[in-house]
Write a protein that binds this ligand. Structure first.
Ligand code: DOR
Ligand code: ZN
Length: 335
């Protein structure tokens, strides 16, 4: 049987939530990944040292083994340098959301006034704290990410020593930005390597494929695939797996978020095999992230087998992407 081994797979953008949801879904990521960058958009968002530490403890308590490292983030505000110094050892990055742009982002940034942000972003540069950005404007939904490119340029040129991660990129415009500035990097989800807008609203409306940023055009998908499949050294896998209870998705006001964590590695194997690039998957799911963030996860080996795997229709109360569909790859063993 054909197998493929991945070492220390990392999910560089993950929503783990809190409470019962955390307890239900964190073990699924901990099973197949070595670690994950955990998003801070709880209600209220994570903004203090105490909250980061306590949330990390709740995550550790929710996972059944020690092979999973939660890399913690803070929700961006204009923090003082003294505060950042006090928290630097506890976090891997700070996540910036434009106010109101997506789930639980109401307390985000409402204007990109560089002078107002300068003290924080300079302190982050000095302390080597990366800035992760949800890059969307409040423009027309299909143009939001492309419109945000001028803000990425402004941030990248104003703070040349700040590592800026363009999170969950969905457009050719973002792919084209990658090589324009040394300090810009990106994460890409697995669903954005598979979906265009057609998979969300092209036929019947598919609530479980709906997320922010929304999947775009075929040419955008091609651009994302090209950098992911070559494992461009500035891109990393980040699932943006974002669980919502079934009744919040199958609802007249469907919440944004695709739940992919338990099937992400299997799907990535399928995509990379389809394009004959399985050799590059290790860099995309781990090595690039280790280099970009300077992290060194504990040893973990995930062996995938080429055999049919039918995705469950539900995990606890969360419907996964591609529910009940069959994949060609399954996780066989973890060491
Ligand atoms: O679709 C999304 N869901 N996009 C985000 O940026 C946030 C996420 C969530 O937290 O549900
Ligand atoms: Zn996210």
């Amino acid at each position: 049987m054909k197998t493929h081994t991945l070492l220390m797979p990392l999910d560089m953008h993950l929503h783990l939530r809190d409470g019962i949801m955390l307890e239900n879904i964190a073990p699924l990521s901990a099973f197949s990944f070595s670690g994950a960058v955990v998003m801070p958009n709880l209600v209220p968002p994570i903004t203090t040292l105490e909250e980061v530490k306590a949330y990390k403890q709740r995550i550790i308590a929710a996972v059944p083994n020690d092979y999973f490292e939660p890399y913690m983030t803070l929700f961006y505000k204009n923090y003082s340098k003294a505060f950042l110094k006090s928290v630097v050892e506890e976090i891997i990055a700070i996540k910036l959301y434009p106010a109101g742009i997506t789930t639980n982002s109401e307390g985000g940034v409402s204007s990109f006034d560089i002078e107002e942000m300068r003290p924080t972003l300079e302190a982050m540069s000095e302390l080597n704290i990366p800035l992760c950005v949800h890059g969307e404007t409040d423009g027309f939904v299909m143009d939001r990410e492309a419109e945000f490119m001028s803000i990425y340029e402004l941030l990248a040129t104003s703070f040349p020593n700040l590592k800026i991660i363009m999170e969950h990129i969905t457009t050719k415009a973002a792919v084209d930005m990658l090589d324009k500035h040394d300090n810009l990097y990106a994460t890409i989800t697995v669903h954005h390597l598979l979906f265009t807008l057609d998979d969300v609203v092209g036929g019947m409306m598919m609530p479980h494929n709906f997320c922010k940023p929304i999947a775009k055009r075929p040419e955008d998908l091609d651009a994302l695939l090209s950098v992911a499949l070559e494992a461009h050294p500035k891109v990393m896998f980040g699932s943006d797996s974002a669980p919502h209870p079934q009744d919040k998705k199958e609802n007249c006001g469907c919440a944004a978020g695709v739940f992919s964590a338990p099937i992400a590695l299997q799907l990535l194997c399928e995509i990379f095999e389809q394009y004959d690039r399985l050799d590059n998957l290790q860099a995309f799911v781990s090595d690039n992230a280790q280099n970009i963030y300077g992290i060194c996860p504990e040893f973990k080996e995930v062996i995938l087998e080429k055999r049919p795997f039918v995705i469950p229709n539900i995990y606890a109360n969360v419907v996964p992407m591609y529910a009940e569909q069959a994949l060609n790859w399954a996780i066989a063993d973890i060491e």
